[in-house]
Design a protein around this ligand. Structure first.
Ligand SMILES: Cc1cc2nc3c(=O)[nH]c(=O)nc-3n(C[C@H](O)[C@H](O)[C@H](O)COP(=O)(O)OP(=O)(O)OC[C@H]3O[C@@H](n4cnc5c(N)ncnc54)[C@H](O)[C@@H]3O)c2cc1C
Length: 505
């Protein structure tokens, strides 16, 4: 160990997902000695991919937004020094998303004017309201410090107001046409929105993010993790896999270090924990500074929905590459698909092709996602991956066939092009990321709970912070915003923003 490393303050980061890796890069770059502990064999959390018979599948990062030059993700990718290492393939600018109710298809284009124009063709009486809708979205998203690249106080009034109003309430107030409201809510699987609960601000950030530009990663989202890890290592940081954090060792209100499953002790001046807060609470089981009231509040919060996924490989050159994300619904609404019966499942699905090369002509592989409750698979919760038994395989096959039949209704003949398929359930996500109940995006936002529904990034342990998708929000942008807020406890935010600006000069 060099002398300079010995004198640096040590930061131990638990979890190597997007939240852990981005925090690690920022802190290592700012003179801290960072070690990332990852329980899994493969780092990356939701950035992980897996390969079957030569086809690669993304598990939790299928497309990203605002990545054109001058846009937020592009700024951040330059700062993280991965912009020239990750290849992106643009989704159809005339319809990066396609919302399908029965036989009706609605394309969602990039750009505010094209968006208003295209939807006005279907809903001519709502043109003015569509403009008002975008004025509100722009006022909310425009207040983001990451978008404006300044750490200074912004006018957050719109953002705050719309954090307290539910998405459906605002859409109801703006529009008369029920179909249009449903089209605008058509991409809610991206944030697992619930009526009366999900804040309009969450909808606004996501619509703005992808409206600017939308891309798939060529060759898989795991490259984002790989390249970021290289950068962290190049500046002296460490990412240790197969290192499950079991205990955050505390002396009263101070964290001293982290103990992993193999009983290695990682001393720390700061600890940042990025997995689901329930996992962090387990690591703090002996910490007297964490009050029972806090534990109870976190335990009582509801999770976003979990998912059942079918990963498909196609017979060679049979399925033209689909340059859009396809949200199919059996009814005329995207809402409440998480409430289903054995008979009416799946009420909706999200279908996406994987991008294996620049501008592919044919798709090699795809994923179909549909909501599934952990309750459906809880009987296998105490089994381990690959050893869950025959009845679990039967369960998965039955649901896969049902989901593929639903896909076939939207894409007649598609089943003949399927070479093989693989599945995952909420248990898979629980195992690979530690997310509570297999939830896709962690703790659900709920306007009815106000601040009591939020997970703070500070804890009663003064040098232990939380980051990752449960703080602020999920997704490549939501997690990044949380990363910067959390890292700003250690490095002044003005310094971080200045570095982002300099990386983009
Ligand atoms: C199906 C699905 C599709 C998605 N699609 C998109 C998309 O297209 N675009 C987008 O922007 N976002 C998408 N998201 C959301 C996005 O992937 C996540 O919000 C984000 O990646 C979460 O990052 P994170 O670091 O908070 O958590 P995670 O990625 O879950 O990382 C947490 C890490 O902590 C590790 N860990 C847990 N417990 C321990 C422990 N005790 N010790 C050590 N390590 C531990 C886990 O193994 C994991 O690696 C999707 C999510 C899902 C589930």
């Amino acid at each position: 160990m060099s002398l300079s490393t010995m004198h640096r303050k040590k930061v131990v980061i638990i979890g190597s997902g997007w939240g852990g890796l981005t925090s690690a890069y920022i802190l290592q770059r700012n003179g801290y000695d960072v070690t990332v502990l990852e329980q899994g064999v493969q780092p990356g959390g939701c950035l992980q991919c897996f390969t079957r018979k030569g086809a690669k599948f993304e598990t939790g990062m299928h497309f990203i937004g605002s990545a054109d030059e001058g846009q937020t993700m592009h700024h951040m990718m330059r700062y993280l020094n991965i912009h020239d290492k990750i290849r992106l393939d643009r989704l159809d600018t005339d319809g990066y998303d396609t919302i399908a109710f029965g036989n009706e298809r609605y394309k969602i284009p990039n750009g505010v004017e094209p968006f208003v124009e295209k939807l006005s063709q279907h809903f001519p009486k709502e043109t003015d309201n569509l403009r008002k809708y975008w004025d509100i979205i722009n006022s909310i998203a425009g207040a983001s410090t990451l978008k404006s690249l300044t750490s200074e106080e912004r006018d957050l009034s719109a953002s705050t107001e719309y954090q307290l109003l539910s998405m459906d309430e605002v859409l109801d107030g703006l529009f008369k046409d029920e179909t249009l409201k449903n089209v605008l809510a058509g991409s809610i699987p991206l944030y697992s929105a619930e009526q009366g609960k999900t804040p309009f601000s969450q909808h606004a950030f996501i619509m703005d993010f992808y409206n600017q530009s939308a891309f798939r990663t060529v060759g898989g989202s795991d490259q984002i993790a790989t390249e970021l890890i290289k950068n962290i290592q190049n500046i002296g940081g460490r990412v240790v896999t197969k290192a499950k954090a079991m205990t955050i060792d505390c002396d009263g209100p101070v964290a001293k270090g982290v103990i992993t499953e193999d009983e290695t002790y990682y001393p720390a001046d700061y600890v940042i924990s990025t997995p689901h807060p329930m996992r962090t609470l387990e690591m703090l089981r002996d910490a007297s500074a964490i009050r029972p009231a806090f534990r109870n509040r976190i335990q009582s919060l509801k999770q976003t929905a979990a998912t059942f996924a079918v990963y498909i490989t196609f017979k060679e050159n049979t399925v033209p590459y689909m340059n859009t994300n396809y949200y199919g619904y059996s009814g005329n609404t995207p809402w409440n698909c998480e409430h289903y019966t054995e008979e009416n499942w799946p009420k909706g699905f999200l279908y996406m092709h994987m991008c294996h090369e620049d501008k592919p002509q044919y798709a090699k592989s795809a994923v179909v996602l549909s909501y599934m409750d952990m309750k459906d698979v809880e009987q296998w919760q105490n089994t381990t991956v690959e050893h869950r038994g025959e009845d679990y395989k039967v369960f998965k096959q039955r649901h896969a066939e049902k989901l593929l039949q639903t896909l076939q209704q939207h894409f007649p003949g598609i089943q003949q092009s399927i070479q093989a398929y693989y599945t995952s359930t909420p248990l898979t996500y629980l195992d690979y990321t530690g997310t509570q109940d297999g939830s896709m995006y962690g703790i659900a936002k709920d306007v009815t709970l106000g601040v009591a529904g939020r997970v703070p990034y500070r804890t009663k342990i003064k040098n232990l912070y939380l980051a990752g998708q449960n703080v602020n929000s999920h997704g490549i942008l939501g997690v990044l915003v949380g990363t910067i807020v959390t890292c700003s406890e250690i490095v002044p935010p003005a310094v971080i923003y200045q570095q982002i600006k300099e990386s983009n000069e």
